[in-house]
Design a protein around this ligand. Sequence first.
Ligand code: ATP
Ligand code: MG
Length: 323
Amino acid sequence: MTNANLKSYHLKSKSPLYNKMLHLCQKAAKSNANVLLIGESGSGKEVAAHCLHYKSNRSEKPFVSINCTSYTQSLLESELFGYEAGAFTGATKTKKGKIETSNTGTLFLDEIGDLSLLTQVKLLRTIEQKKIQRLGSNKELDVDFRLISATNIDVSNAIKENRFREDFFYRISTIVIKVPALRERKEDLKDLTDYMIAKSQREHQIEITGIEPRVKNFLIEYDYPGNIRELKNIVDRMVVLSENGIITEDGLPIMHSIKSSTTRQNKYAFKELLHYKDFKEQSEKAYFKWVLDQFNGNVNKTAEAIQMSSRQLFNKINQYGLK
Ligand SMILES: Nc1ncnc2c1ncn2[C@@H]1O[C@H](COP(=O)(O)OP(=O)(O)OP(=O)(O)O)[C@@H](O)[C@H]1O
Ligand SMILES: [Mg+2]
């Protein structure tokens, strides 16, 4: 795929799985069909949404994205549908909503797994009729948008548990596209890593001339639960912590180092003699800081990934002053 707006991504792939996904995006882009993107956190769903938009005949029109987890239900609805002056306390001026601003273009509903059932009902009507009413108005406005949604939750499970409406799901998912996890396309790791290193060098104005072989091995063998986002974070850290242009093990996150140290000398885990209690606390703090980083500080996602309750994770965050 080539397009000026997609230039900031690395879309050349050696992976049949990723290429199949790109091909599907290209095909779907030409239609007006509603597309649901599914895939793990950090795998590139937003990137796929950009592909869909910039390969469509709406590419010159607005791409309007809204993250459905970032708002309370009432705020989300006013963001989506807009409001008239006086619709509620604080609504001093009339404001267009995201759906209205996406008119003639693409509307990207990100993280739809968190939509309340009520908002799903309201959106379902909008999607079916392509009409909206701003909050506080009884005038219907026509809107023409192409819908792309994304989620990393298991929607069929959410439907079973009555957290997600089946009719809404069918409406938004005319075409479902799965973005593969990074560990499912290891063929691309080398190129992606090189690409990320080049990008990071430019960003941090650091010249890299080599990588220690052990680090290379680690990068190829690692599983990347946080997918491309995690790879990007690791590479950034390694570039910043490089020594005289060489990427060394020192740039690897502490948990990786400790993990690998069991098979080598314990260079990192036991740099100095610590009391067990202090060691445990320091490692735990580093661990939570690192996992939270992998999920952009999102507590719910992190908790799910490490199989811990959000409440327990909150306690740890408070305990270690991580926010
Ligand atoms: N093909 C790619 N080329 C370059 N960078 C990429 C590519 N795919 C993903 N990325 C980068 O990886 C990060 C995660 O991608 P993105 O935000 O699209 O993931 P996501 O699936 O939407 O994640 P989340 O579920 O957390 O919202 C971003 O910084 C993005 O720029
Ligand atoms: Mg996303």
